[in-house]
Design a protein around this ligand. Structure first.
Ligand code: CA
Length: 438
């Protein structure tokens, strides 16, 4: 792992890098030259291919490849996996080349060629974003201490809030890769078994307690061999980049099904990620140390340096027909207790093989105060304290037609590193079938 750069790099030296691309130097853009996040896009009727966000544009990597301006090939593919599999030397080389092509004072070959610019730079407003990578496996962790304590208090009482293993293990479960979707994909309210507290037996119903989980996702660009454990430093080297992640959850289905094997249908219906994968390299200046350890970690989990990031997060909610979103939560990824590298280390320590394209969810990120909570379950304390959206609309959980949006950025000196919005709108549950009638 590189030495902790921290404050030094947030300011002057990186900030001198301005881009000649429109919108790239606006202080509130998510996509300055310092970011260069990767995604998969297309225009209507075109095949999806890889691109990089810069200012208001997408730089078409397949077009750059075709023009012979970058040395890496394979960007006509509809997924980042082939590029990620090339490894960190290729990642760094391409990032340096793109920085030069897009920087003021860099290689002018693209800047000074109008016909080429026309082919390579496409307005973001005119493209459709697709899943940026093929998800090989999806594992979701539970590394936010405030979230674990809040949920534990609601489910088991304050005295048993944190499970006994929590301060020693980055606990997690194997989720479903098949239903990880890109931002903007509608999400259908799931059906399932619900057992109301007063009922003796469960009933079959659409979830009545549909929720979000505000998470940070790590994308693996390299794998590991079966039977081969990793150190935390080695695990960090496998991470290509990060996305925002909404781990949609059906709380009533979860409460009935989760013991003893953990969440199943309550989480399997959808997980939404932001369209852009921010490379780990862009986040290096924003590393921060983990909170003080309440219990010493076993040596295999100790961090060799700051492993968390300072990324400001926001959750917005809008009911159908409303003109404006209401901000319902603000928190920070630095509230996590375990880093993605520690989670990955623990994931592989027993011999599990990790693959290119594996996605690791951080677990819900809540902060200490009510307005910092990363799920409706916590924000409304199990539905007991409703939220009020702009216009006076009350919400305990998510209603059909509601749109939930996660955003996040790391704040540098005069620039910020963002992910694009991670958003989804809820569709009504599937119609009940005659074969299911009681
Ligand atoms: Ca989760």
């Amino acid at each position: 792992m590189p030495a902790a750069p921290c404050e030094r790099h947030k300011g002057s030296d990186m900030n001198n890098h301005k881009s000649w691309v429109g919108g790239a130097n606006t202080p509130d853009t998510d996509f300055p030259l310092q970011n260069l996040p990767y995604g998969v896009f297309s225009r209507a009727g075109e095949a999806p291919r890889c691109g990089v966000a810069i200012g208001d544009e997408v730089a078409d990597l397949a077009a750059l490849e075709q023009a012979g301006l970058i040395a890496v090939s394979g960007f006509a593919a509809p997924a980042l996996n082939p590029f990620m599999a090339r490894g960190k030397v290729a990642w760094a080389a391409l990032r340096a080349r793109l920085t030069s092509l897009l920087a003021e004072g860099g290689d002018p070959v693209l800047r000074d060629d109008a016909a080429l610019r026309e082919r390579v730079l496409l307005p973001q407003s005119g493209v459709i974003m697709h899943m940026p990578f093929t998800v090989a496996g999806y594992t979701d962790f539970y590394a936010g201490r405030h979230h674990a304590e809040n949920v534990g208090t609601m489910f088991r009482g304050a005295e048993n809030a944190l499970p006994p293993n929590w301060l020693s293990i980055p606990i997690g479960y194997n989720g479903r890769a098949s239903t990880v979707v890109v931002s903007g994909t509608p999400v259908r309210r799931p059906l399932g078994q619900i057992k109301p507290p007063e009922a003796e037996l469960p009933l079959f119903s659409p979830t009545k307690r549909l929720d979000i989980e505000l998470e940070f996702g790590a994308v693996l660009g390299q794998g590991s061999e079966m039977g081969t454990p990793l150190t935390v430093a080695e695990a960090d080297e496998l991470i290509f980049g990060y996305v925002l992640l909404n781990d949609w959850s059906a709380r009533d289905i979860q409460a009935w099904e989760y013991q003893p094997l953990g969440p199943f249908q309550a989480k399997a219906f959808a997980t939404t990620i932001s369209p852009w994968v921010v490379p780990k390299a862009a986040l290096e200046p924003f590393r921060v140390a983990a909170p003080e350890r309440a219990r010493p970690l076993l040596p295999y989990l100790r961090e060799p340096g700051p492993m968390l990031y300072d990324i400001e997060l926001e959750v917005r909610m809008r009911a159908e027909g409303q003109a404006r979103d209401t901000v319902i939560s603000r928190t920070n990824t630095s509230e996590l207790y375990y880093s993605a590298a520690q989670q990955l280390t623990h994931h592989a320590i027993g011999g599990c093989k990790m693959n290119v394209g594996d996605l690791l969810g951080s677990g819900t990120i809540s902060g200490p105060a009510r307005e910092n909570r990363g799920s409706l379950l916590e924000l409304t304390w199990g539905g007991k304290e409703p939220l009020t959206l702009d216009g006076g609309i009350e919400r305990r959980f998510i209603e059909d037609g509601d749109t939930l949006t996660l955003t996040g950025f790391a704040r540098g000196d005069g620039y910020r590193i963002g992910f694009g919005a991670c958003t989804g709108t809820i569709l009504p549950a599937p119609a009940l079938r005659a074969a299911w009638a009681p």
